[in-house]
Design a protein around this ligand. Sequence first.
Ligand SMILES: [Fe+2]
Ligand SMILES: [Fe+2]
Length: 320
Amino acid sequence: MSTDRIRRQGLAPLRLRGSPDGEGEPLPGLEAPHDGGFPQAVAASEVAPPSEDRAGLDGDAGREPGAVEVVGKPGTPRREHDTVAAGPGPVSAAVGRRAPFGPIERLDHDRLVAEQHASLRSPRRRYCVPARVLFRLMDVVYGKARTLEKFRVLELVARVPYQAWENVAYVAVTHTARQPGFARRVFERVRTSRWEQDNEQWHLLILEELTAAGPRQPWIRSRLVPQVLAFAYYQLSWFLFALRPASSYRLNADFEDHAEHEYALLVQEQPEWEQMPYEGSFTGDFGAYRSLADLFRQIGYDERLHKLESEAHIARARFS
Ligand SMILES: [Fe+2]
Ligand SMILES: [Fe+2]
């Protein structure tokens, strides 16, 4: 079944290590690997050895530069390294040496399975009207089936509240600069929003890559509608955050709760993904996973943490 089903899902062939022409081999399920079995995921440490000049990166306090710590098995940290090239100027070069903000909290396989089951068991939030309208619209335009194409659109929209919050908070820093303590606390909101955007961006780029060679919807549905949705959702998030921040956080908590449950169900619906290693272009940024199932479990767990962050802000949404 798997080949047809995967094609319907729109999975693109991923490049796997070991191909003589350097082009890689297609993702198992699309074409059989040379040895007839599933190629193994390549440890990212084999791809990009740690470099000395990554010391002292901020945002990685307590973590060895360039390493993504896997939580779940004490004493067995797994290392992965970013492969971002240094830029042409001093600022872009410095940015290139910093570890990307990939998964919010990287979990090992056992924890990922446990958290997926926890998501499946947990009740959904009572979604607010704008959230219900958005989810209904997505079902009407893209169908009720959980396809990767639909998740790609979801991820395109997912980033924009964080962009809106960053924008509002950054303006607020300008107006509170004469109160350093207050401005500093507002700036922490800016930083959090940036990191959440980065995390959602990796979700989007991974899904773009996975769906690149699959069947595409017409341009209007695959490109125009998502952009319109993202634009409208940005405006709504911006105005809600400027006028009544708790409402903006509540809307986002609903959106993230929906995403968390949908990813958990997606993995449950695709048992063959347990045998497919993930080794796309973004392993240096988001980690290598022993299976596509674990990749999507990790993304689903990220969504839960986004939800919890928004829920934590609902009660004290205003800058203080
Ligand atoms: Fe996401
Ligand atoms: Fe999300």
